[in-house]
Design a binder for this molecule. Sequence first.
Ligand SMILES: *Cc1c(COP(=O)(O)O)cnc(C)c1O
Length: 458
Amino acid sequence: MQNDIALFSELCDELFNAEQNQPVAEHLATTNLYKELDLTLNEEGVIDDELKRVLKDIISKTPKTASRNFFNQLFGGRIGKATLGDLLSVMFNNSMYTYKVAGPQVGVEKQVLKNICKLAGYSEDSNGTFAPGGSMSNMMALIMARDFKNESIRTLGLQQSMTLYTSNESHYSISKNAALTGIGRNQVRYVNTNEKGEMLSDHLEELIKNDLKDNYIPFFVNATAGTTVLGAFDDIHTISKVCKKYNLWLHVDGAYCGGVIFSKKYKHLISGLEYSDSFSVNAHKMLGTPLSCSIIVTQNKAQLHHSFSNEADYLYQTDGDDFNLGKTSLQCGRRNDALKIWTLWKSVGTLGLEKIVDKQFELAQYARDYILRNNNYKLYSFKDSISVCFNYKDISAKELCTSLYENSDLMVGFGKHNDVEFVRMVTINTTLQKPDIDNFFETLERHVSEKLLKKPVS
Ligand SMILES: *Cc1c(COP(=O)(O)O)cnc(C)c1O
């Protein structure tokens, strides 16, 4: 193993160099994937030197999500202390279901959950768990809401059509989860949004009333803290009043921007969170930990246990349910996703996490200011969003992003709102500085003048 650790260290150096020298990996067409890399699995193994050579090839061609040119998704960068925690959890290789096999790691997870509950404004009676991602966190919320509405569903299955509500701009996992949980995609009601992409609560109420009239059973509303494209924040306070009136479970999907609970300056964006029933946040997005680190908390601790516990004599043999985390989990064996956020939090403190969150808004403001100063750009984003959406010189966003990627200049994606397609640049990597944002725009502009405006633009 010591040799493998030494090799790991050597490969990390290779990766760091590649990130510096070639921040966007050379584009590898799928048709060349198996030609350019030796990914074959054979009867005979390879000797270490050969393995090292293949791994180095793979490193060079793998997309560099921690580089200064990666703005493609809702994660990016690498924070040392968080990565350290994740590497340690691989070495420990505990499974989080019981105190017997995870020991202090259970305490690590419980501390993170307790502090997230507190920051969310939840009572002492709240609890939560780690899920394999934001989509699964949303599914856990949906299941709790379903079982809360009708306890017998756990045993009998669905007997009546139940409806749920989410905005047009919400994450696709909501409708996928409706299918997975037996609710059905047709029972998802899409609430209209305003021009900023925020849910319209009047429309929400109208949809609920219509469903009640048609004898459906409304049970769940999903509000989003940071919509996937525009980064918009639904008005939780107003939505919570509608939920209360009709006795619906309110979940706040904060996978993207729920991290604002750490910021005194931006916490107002999720005001009213304390009135929600559940809340999820991906630490691998705003807080910068490695994938995946998704947390779901609920005010209704009993429901979490109710929906997810199972008796298993072969497993739960010691200690109480409070320390056997398998009793509140979607999974059986479960990797330790808590240690990376704990290590980061421990090392920088709550104030350090606040700085990480605030910096993203600062970088986004800096990018928006650049766009607003420059007539060749059109801005689609609003204040208080870390998704910077724009178009440049009427060039198709899709064409621009694809060309930047295939020419190894920048990794950035595109999105759509009200049928307008635009570039979506995300300032979520807090290891970057303002000059890196300048570099983004310079690179994009140079690319357009050298590569795209030379050929006819479709
Ligand atoms: C990213 C995201 C999700 C999904 O999270 P995964 O960890 O990718 O499953 C859900 N909701 C929103 C708003 C997101 O931005």
